[in-house]
Write a protein that binds this ligand. Structure first.
Ligand code: HEC
Ligand code: HEC
Length: 463
């Protein structure tokens, strides 16, 4: 800088100062008002909106997967991606200590190394570019933090996409930018384009990753966070996948109503014999691999089944807390609200959860069930080889009511056409009662429809 420019700058500075405001008290005052405003806003947000507390820590819950707070998720993801890199990925301290250390170190040293005398953005392209790519990277890594690095089916594609986005592109961009800045002395414009193109490429790879991401991981992470939620999730999965052979409470000793396994003798899986001898991890393996020789199919995705590791863990948790007397079950919400005298149940509130727990494992597509599917209101009313007789409004002889009350349906020759339902173990009386009231009152679907035909709640007797 020569004397002439110095003089100019000083004059400009004097001019600005003369029309500007004073740091004390003007600026300080404004800052005070502003910070007070933000403080009040935070108090209001915390009071009226707030953030729900997380469930209490449960030391006996072995399935808890700790995750960092959201603002650290990018680093968490970065470490996971770094682990994917061949050879280097094995040297953990590079990612856990060296890279963050260098990044923080540079921030701390910036006042000493950054001697650029210009304040104009156009003259500070290198630092702005580096920061832009870093911020874009942080946002994108946070966005994909829920996406697994290795897909359930073992495919690496999704991990490769993420590694390109989170590590390869930023690294290449940084190397290019440094070369342009110090070796080739490229134009500002070239550097800006490099930055923009890298950022867009990172966004494109993130889009591809999210499009390929399996949906279940999201639900799973959200659905079951508390122990009760996990038990309920496990019970739902158990009802659909296992109740068919083992019964809704694991007590079945002789399989009935299952193609190919009719009359097969099995050990009740709610017994101490099974629960005390099979550890949690062995249970996971029994479910994943099945007992192919005995007729239990594999359920784990690795062996061609439908369940993820997390889902199988929920089933194990459900079995432990509900059946194993060494575990104390927390209070589990009722399957359906108990009925008052004369109250009419509805499909939405009462029947749907009952059918899901006790019938769906067999009454869904692909199972032997006389083509009677029970996964929706319409299916329950309209499907089945004997659809015309299964459910007849107001008729206590509807086939469905007979079979759940353990009366077989026989044809003209005395041949059994429908066995008792569920085939292995009887429903509890209160559940039979729900089916009966529902069919006798014309099968209302919604709670409102049911309320219309229920008698009004008993009025308080006049004095
Ligand atoms: C198609 C029928 C069928 C289904 C569905 C089924 N199982 Fe089984 N399961 C069996 C048979 C058969 C055996 C062997 C029983 C025996 O040898 O006593 C068995 C055995 C078991 C055992 C005991 C293993 C042992 O070594 O004693 C457990 C635990 C078990 N099943 C859990 C489950 C769970 C959990 C599910 C649902 C994810 C499930 N089963 C689904 C048929 C089935
Ligand atoms: C273990 C498997 C299994 C379970 C659980 C089960 N069913 Fe069935 N269901 C069958 C099979 C198999 C048939 C075919 C008839 C037969 O073999 O008895 C059938 C047939 C029926 C039919 C006759 C359908 C038609 O149109 O012919 C009705 C009604 C029925 N079940 C009701 C129920 C209800 C209600 C539940 C739950 C409370 C239930 N079932 C649970 C296996 C099952």
């Amino acid at each position: 800088m020569n004397d002439e420019t110095k003089k100019q700058i000083n004059e400009k500075y004097e001019r600005e100062v003369s029309k500007g405001e004073k740091f004390w008290p003007d600026t300080i005052y404004r800052d005070l008002v502003m910070s007070l405003g933000i403080f009040l806003l935070l108090i209001l947000l915390a009071t009226f909106i707030g953030i729900p507390a997380e469930p209490k820590a449960d030391p006996s819950d072995t399935s808890y997967v700790p995750r960092p707070e959201w603002y650290f998720l990018f680093l968490f993801k970065f470490l996971a991606l770094y682990g994917q890199i061949p050879v280097l990925g094995k040297i953990e301290w590079i990612a856990t200590a060296l890279i963050p250390g260098v990044a923080v170190g540079i921030l701390a040293l910036i006042p000493f190394i950054e001697k650029n005398s210009h304040r104009y953005y156009g003259k500070r392209i290198l630092s702005i570019s580096i920061m832009t790519i870093m911020v874009v990277g942080i946002v994108l890594l946070t966005m994909v933090s829920e996406v697994p690095t290795v897909a359930e089916d073992g495919s690496k594609l999704i991990g490769i996409l993420q590694t390109i986005m989170g590590i390869a592109i930023p690294l290449a961009a940084y190397i290019l930018l440094f070369l342009m800045s110090f070796v080739f002395k490229s134009s500002t414009r070239t550097m800006i384009w490099t930055t923009v193109i890298s950022a867009l490429a990172m966004i494109a790879f993130t889009g591809a990753t999210l499009a390929l991401a399996p949906e279940s991981t999201h639900e799973e992470a959200e659905v079951a966070t508390t122990l009760v939620d996990q038990i309920l999730a496990g019970q739902d999965l158990y009802s659909v996948h296992c109740a068919e052979c083992h019964g809704d409470d694991g007590s079945v000793a002789v399989i009935q109503g299952v193609e190919g396994l009719e009359g097969e003798k099995i050990t009740p899986i709610n017994s101490r014999d099974v629960l005390y001898t099979i550890t949690d991890s062995a249970m996971g393996e029994v479910i994943a691999y099945g007992r192919p020789n005995a007729g239990m199919p594999p359920f784990g995705k690795t062996y061609g089944g439908e369940l993820t590791k997390g889902e199988m863990d929920y089933i194990t948790i459900f079995m432990r807390y509900m059946w194993d007397d060494r575990f104390e079950a927390p209070v589990i919400p009722e399957l359906f609200p108990p009925l008052a005298d004369g109250e009419v149940p509805s499909y939405d509130v009462h029947l749907q959860p009952i059918v899901k727990r006790y019938c769906i494992s067999c009454h869904r597509a692909g199972k032997e069930n006389n083509n009677y599917l029970m996964t929706s209101y319409d299916e329950i009313l309209k499907t089945g080889d004997n659809a015309a007789n299964n459910i007849i409004p107001g008729d206590a002889n509807s086939y469905l009511l007979q079979v759940i009350q353990r009366h077989e349906i026989t044809d003209a020759n005395g041949e059994v056409i429908i066995g008792v339902m569920p085939p292995s173990n009887a429903l509890k009386p209160n559940i039979m009662d729900v089916f009966t009231r529902w069919i006798m009152n014309g099968m209302p679907q919604t709670a409102e429809e049911a309320a219309k035909i229920s008698p009004p709640p008993a009025a308080t007797p006049a004095p």
